[in-house]
Design a protein around this ligand. Structure first.
Ligand SMILES: [Zn+2]
Length: 304
C-alpha cells in the first residue's frame, strides 16, 4: 500500500493511493508553519508530528499496520534533494533530512520530490496529460510549479530540481519575486499575485480571500475595468506560455492550481493570446486544465 504526502505552506495532507492512482482515504490539517513555528527545529517537529499522526489515523481507519506500507512519497515546495526538504523560506525550513527522521518510525522506502514535479507526474500518468509524450504541467497557485516531459520522461537535471519555469524572467524591471529577482513569470502568473492585484485594482478589503476575489470578478465580469484587468493578466500569462511552447514544442500544456477555478474565463482568452507570440505558427498544441485538482500532489508523491 502506497502513501503520498503533500506538504504546503498552509496545510499538510496524507493519502493512501491505490494502483489506479486513486486516493482511497485522506487526512488533512491546516497549518501555517511560517506563523506557528518560531524556529527551524520547531517547524521540523511540527511537520513530523503531523505526518505521523495522519499516517497513523489512515492505518487505523483502513485496518492496515505499518508493515503494509510499501512506500511513502513526499511532495514539497522548494528545491528538495531525494531525502531533504530545502529552501522552504515561508515555512522556516532551510535544510531538513525528513527521510531519516521518518525512517525512525516507518521502515519502508521514502522519497522526496518537488511538488510541481509530483503533480505533473500525476497528471501525466492518470490525468489530463495521459497520452501526450511531450507535455508541460504548470501549477498556477501561490507560486508557479512546473514539470516538463519529453518522450514521456520527466526532465530532471543532476544538481537541483530544475525546470523552474516560474522563474524565467519576463521583465527585468518587473515586480520583485520571492526568489529575489524581478519580473519572473511567477510574479505575473501566480494566482496569489492575481488576487493581490485584484484587491488593489478594485479596492476590495485587504484580507479578501481567494474565493471572495473570484466572486467579485464573476459578478462584475461584464464591467470594462474587470475585462481590462483580466486581459492584462492573460496577456502576461500568454507571453510565458508562448515562450514555453517556442522552447519545448509540447503537444499539450496542462494548467493546475487555483488557475483552474477560472478556466471558463481564462482559457478561451489565453488560447487566442498565445497564438500571437508563437515563433512557429504551424505549431500544434493543446492548452488543457488539470483533472486531479488538489489531489495531484498526493497522487504524484505516491508514484515516486
Ligand atoms: Zn523568481
Amino acid at each position: 500500500m502506497k502513501i503520498g504526502i503533500d506538504i504546503g505552506g498552509s496545510h499538510i495532507a496524507a493519502g493512501i493511493v491505490n494502483e489506479e492512482g486513486k486516493i482511497i482515504d485522506k487526512e488533512e490539517k491546516d497549518i501555517y508553519l511560517g506563523e506557528v513555528a518560531e524556529t527551524e527545529e520547531r517547524a521540523e517537529e511540527i511537520i513530523i508530528a503531523t505526518i505521523t499522526s495522519e499516517i497513523d489515523n489512515l492505518l487505523k481507519k483502513n485496518n492496515y499496520t505499518k508493515s503494509d506500507i510499501s512506500k511513502i512519497g513526499i511532495a514539497t515546495p522548494g528545491n528538495p534533494s531525494a531525502t531533504n526538504l530545502r529552501n522552504l523560506v515561508n515555512m522556516k525550513i532551510k535544510d531538513f533530512n525528513i527521510v531519516d527522521e521518518l525512517k525512525k518510525t516507518y521502515n519502508t522506502t521514502i522519497k522526496v520530490k518537488n511538488d510541481g514535479k509530483c503533480s505533473g507526474l500525476a497528471e501525466k500518468k492518470y490525468g489530463v496529460l495521459r497520452g501526450y509524450e511531450d507535455c508541460i504541467y504548470l501549477c498556477l497557485g501561490t507560486g508557479v510549479g512546473s514539470a516538463v516531459f519529453l518522450k514521456n520522461k520527466l526532465l530532471t537535471p543532476k544538481l537541483n530540481t530544475g525546470f523552474e519555469l516560474g522563474h524565467m524572467i519576463i521583465d527585468k524591471n518587473g515586480e520583485r519575486c520571492n526568489c529575489g529577482n524581478r519580473g519572473c513569470f511567477e510574479t505575473f502568473a501566480s494566482i496569489k499575485r492575481f488576487r493581490e492585484r485584484a484587491i488593489k485594482a478594485f479596492d476590495l478589503p485587504k484580507d479578501c480571500i481567494a474565493e471572495e476575489v473570484q466572486q467579485y470578478i464573476r459578478k462584475n465580469i461584464e464591467s470594462e475595468n474587470v475585462k481590462i484587468f483580466i486581459d492584462e493578466y492573460i496577456e502576461n500569462v500568454a507571453v510565458g506560455v508562448a515562450n514555453l511552447i517556442n522552447i519545448f514544442e509540447p503537444e499539450a500544456i496542462a494548467f493546475g492550481g487555483s488557475f483552474s477555478y477560472y478556466d471558463d474565463i481564462f482559457m478561451p482568452k489565453l488560447k487566442k493570446q498565445v497564438e500571437k507570440y508563437l515563433f512557429n505558427k504551424q505549431t500544434k498544441y493543446k492548452l488543457l486544465v488539470g483533472q486531479l485538482k488538489n489531489d495531484a500532489g498526493i497522487v504524484g508523491a505516491a508514484e515516486l
